[in-house]
Design a protein around this ligand. Structure first.
Ligand code: CO
Length: 210
């Protein structure tokens, strides 16, 4: 077995022992099922693991991750995760968590091609284009990069609000909240962008379903 793989298996064994020491029934309880309150839509970046940075245990957060935490309305993978989280698990909160220094967002700001990834990153270029007046007025490239990370999260919160079955939940009285956060790699802290929504009121009329 390669050393780096053995390290993972050894790490797993150590983790199991430490969890059992704190809570001997932890695994028996979790085996019965999951009732997470949160769906996390985050970046695939290895530095932004949902449960670790929120100091929560397995069973707390249902997770979907992709490059640059995007909510793309034709992505059947994302839609299936959101549908299951909302309709079956009945999560109370959906959190879109981006992070400063996101490679996907950086790629979208530039003109280099990354082959098939260009088609994914294109979604972030569209976010840039939507907000080009604001972004174009920022002279510092790093400030512009940081702002695009934030705007990208905001747009993904909007994209979730545009999903018909989410609007259906809201209409049915579900108080489901969608939040936008950005994680800071340099100090490990989460910044709440204060863009939380629990209704479709702020959406343009064309996106609202009867
Ligand atoms: Co990223």
């Amino acid at each position: 077995m390669p050393q780096e793989i053995k390290k993972l298996i050894d790490g797993n064994n150590e983790w199991v022992e430490s969890v059992k020491k704190t809570d001997p029934h932890f695994f028996d309880d979790l085996e019965k099922g999951q009732t997470p309150d949160f769906l996390w839509i985050g970046c695939s970046d290895s530095r932004v693991p949902a449960t670790q940075l929120t100091n929560t245990m397995p069973g707390s957060i249902f997770v979907h991750r992709n490059i640059a935490n995007l909510v793309v309305h034709t992505d059947i993978n994302l839609l299936s995760v959101v549908y299951y989280a909302v309709k079956a698990l009945k999560v109370k909160h959906i959190i879109v968590c981006g992070h400063y220094g996101c490679g996907g967002v950086q790629a979208a700001m530039g003109n280099d091609s990354f082959d098939i990834i260009d088609n994914w990153v294109r979604n972030i270029k569209d976010v840039y284009n939507t907000h080009k007046a604001e972004l174009g007025a920022i002279s510092s490239e790093s400030d512009r990069f940081n702002r695009l990370v934030e705007l990208n999260v905001e747009e993904q919160v909007n994209n979730l609000s545009k999903i018909s079955f989410i609007q259906e939940e809201w209409k049915g009285g579900n108080k489901l909240q969608i939040h936008g956060w950005v994680y800071k790699l340099n100090d490990g802290k989460i910044k709440d962008l204060n863009v939380s929504v629990d209704n479709p009121e702020n959406l343009d009329a064309v996106y609202k379903f009867n």
